[in-house]
Design a protein around this ligand. Structure first.
Ligand SMILES: NC(=O)c1c(N)nc(OC2CCCC2)nc1O[C@@H]1CCC[C@@H]1O
Length: 334
């Protein structure tokens, strides 16, 4: 039933049913790198809980998954504190919802800044990482974890050719992005695992997570992991003042960035970008599960800030999950 037709009691009851399910699913997703449900099922149930709690704020409980950035860390790897939290993203599942996001966001921006551009980026289906540099030298790498505390995977990340050891400028910065396993590397790995009598990874994201969160660095080294970096914890040390310019500057510093980003002046441009990459999705060498649109001016991002777990200035438009079938279809079953 639509949320607005519910009484607060009905909403509270439905929300109380959804929370334990999401918590159980969330734990499987983050701790075992083996989700027990497809992402889109988790995302839809989570979106329903958010809708119920948004309509009836009194029903929110402290342990509700909406009050915590998903994910806990794994016992054996050392912990790393993220001074500036690593956020996740709000999700929408239709162009209409995307347009609602755009309209609401522009209402919350001062008249003078209201006609800002978006930057459109592919949503890489990998594992979010943080790379810490001191005076331009790579000193620590970590997973997002629950957003505030992640795991130290420095030694693992040092084996990735795409991660610069030394930057082109002696900056002290925290750069964030996605570590992913290319589709072909995923298929080859699963064929090898089946030949060795091991269980295959369900999808490239689980394979990347399982390959990265390793105590044995040699395992990571031969897994052909790659990265696309897309964010910085504090942009003051850089020259650029836009998201699109940030991606250019990260590339100049030596990072691997995804070249498909595009500035959009309005939602028609965003729709065109979504249509283009919905068509190209199965041809890409890496998995994507949607599109991310972000307010392009960095000062506006800072001004809008974030809620407990997601930025107000960005949203993820999620594709329906056809990717998994494509990858499975390509595997030789003979
Ligand atoms: N997966 C991605 O390709 C991606 C992206 N292109 N851009 C962002 O922007 C961040 C910046 C602040 C909050 C979201 N996040 C991404 O993925 C996030 C990381 C953690 C959860 C999402 O997967």
């Amino acid at each position: 039933k639509p949320v607005k037709e519910l009484t607060e009691n009905q909403a509270a009851t439905e929300a109380a049913d959804l929370r334990p399910q999401l918590i159980a699913w969330g734990r499987a997703y983050y701790d075992a790198d083996a989700p027990s449900v497809e992402d889109d099922v988790y995302d839809r149930v989570y979106a329903r809980l958010v809708a119920l709690e948004t309509a009836f704020p009194n029903i929110v409980t402290p342990e509700s998954p909406t009050q915590h950035v998903g994910g806990t860390t794994r016992g054996d790897l050392p912990k790393v504190n993220h001074d500036i939290p690593m956020l996740s993203l709000g999700d929408v599942f239709s162009i209409d919802e995307l347009k609602e996001f755009d309209a609401r966001l522009r209402e919350n921006v001062d008249e003078a800044d209201r006609d800002f551009d978006y930057n459109c980026e592919l949503k890489i289906d990998g594992l979010a990482i943080n790379l810490h540099y001191e005076n331009g030298k790579f000193v620590q790498g970590s997973t997002r974890g629950n957003g505030r505390i992640g795991e130290d995977i420095t030694a693992n990340l040092e084996t990735l050719p795409s991660i610069p050891k030394v930057l082109t400028r002696p900056l002290t910065i925290d750069v964030r992005g996605e570590c992913y396993m290319p589709k072909q590397a995923f298929l080859d790995l699963n064929e090898r695992r089946e030949a060795e009598g091991k269980s295959p990874f369900a999808n490239p994201r689980n394979a990347a997570a399982g390959s990265l969160r390793q105590l044995d660095v040699a395992v990571t080294r031969d897994r052909k992991l790659a990265t696309f970096m897309y964010n910085i914890a504090d942009y003051d040390p850089l020259d650029t003042r836009t998201q699109s310019g940030l991606l250019d500057e990260l590339a100049e510093l030596g990072f691997s960035t995804n070249p498909t980003y595009q500035v959009a002046h309005d939602m028609d441009d965003v729709q065109a970008y979504i249509d283009t990459y919905t068509g190209k999705r199965s041809d890409l060498a890496y998995g994507i599960d949607g599109i991310v649109i972000k307010a392009n001016p960095l000062p506006l991002q800072r001004e809008l800030g974030a809620t407990v777990k997601v930025p107000r200035w960005a949203i993820a438009y999620k594709f329906p999950p056809e990717e998994v079938q494509t990858v499975v279809r390509d595997i030789e079953w003979t």
